[in-house]
Design a protein around this ligand. Structure first.
Ligand SMILES: [Zn+2]
Length: 225
């Protein structure tokens, strides 16, 4: 596992990429990585432009959310910590306000099995939180944790944005990109016609392929396929 300082650099790289690629605007969105063995989470700070973000700005908090170093942590610190408490398979959380995921979040749509890449999120759909909750609140943290459950690797937050998770930073970020791609496809489908959904059997077939090749290869495979 990379050490804390290397991970701060990696978080800054991904955070800038997330901003450059338009998954967030202004200072919205946040990224974290957990180090359970050190009782520490690294998270992007609140209110710093991605253009100016430096590794030394990354906030260090303990797993109860108490600041240890860096700038003041993101307002969604509770949400990130809540996910890590529930999901031992998750080491990274990427929260975006990507445009089409946000549009679907406002329409109140989850993303059904419109494409085989939906399987990268652990089921036959990318689900939606049950209720809207204020940003930064314990209630939003609880809704997000509940929606992800034991199974899912991404979720749309009602009237807000999206969350993607993974065992490592590159995987969680790739999922955030794919989530927005799926949201974009589904938005255009809703605007123009009726989707032909993949069946549960077809989605299981894709999940079995991912199980064989692993997620990172699954993402590569999806690039090829
Ligand atoms: Zn947000």
């Amino acid at each position: 596992m990379k050490d804390l300082e290397q991970t701060k650099v990696a978080i800054v790289d991904i955070a800038r990429r997330m901003w450059r690629e338009g998954l967030v605007r202004g200072t919205a969105g946040n990224i974290s990585c957990v180090f359970r063995n050190l009782n520490v989470m690294l998270i992007t700070p609140t209110g710093v432009d991605y253009e100016r973000l430096l590794p030394e700005h990354i906030s260090v908090v303990d797993l109860d959310g108490r600041p240890i170093g860096g700038l003041s942590p993101s307002s969604e610190t509770f949400m990130h910590l809540g996910i890590y408490k529930k999901r031992s398979d998750v080491n990274t959380v990427v929260h975006t306000h990507s445009q089409f995921a946000a549009v679907l979040s406002i329409l109140g749509h989850e993303i059904p099995s419109v494409h085989y890449m939906v399987a990268l999120f652990g089921g036959d759909k990318i689900s939606l939180t049950t209720t809207y909750q204020l940003y930064g609140s314990q209630e939003l943290a609880m809704e997000t944790v509940k929606g992800l459950g034991e199974q899912y690797y991404g979720i749309i937050l009602r009237n807000h944005g999206a969350v993607a998770v993974g065992d490592k930073l590159s995987t969680a970020y790739s999922r955030a990109v794919v989530l927005e791609e799926m949201a974009t496809l589904y938005y255009y489908v809703l605007a123009t016609g009726q989707p032909n959904l993949l069946t549960h059997v077809q989605m299981d077939e894709m999940k079995a392929k991912l199980g064989t090749y692993g997620l990172s290869n699954g993402l590569a495979l999806a690039d090829e396929g």
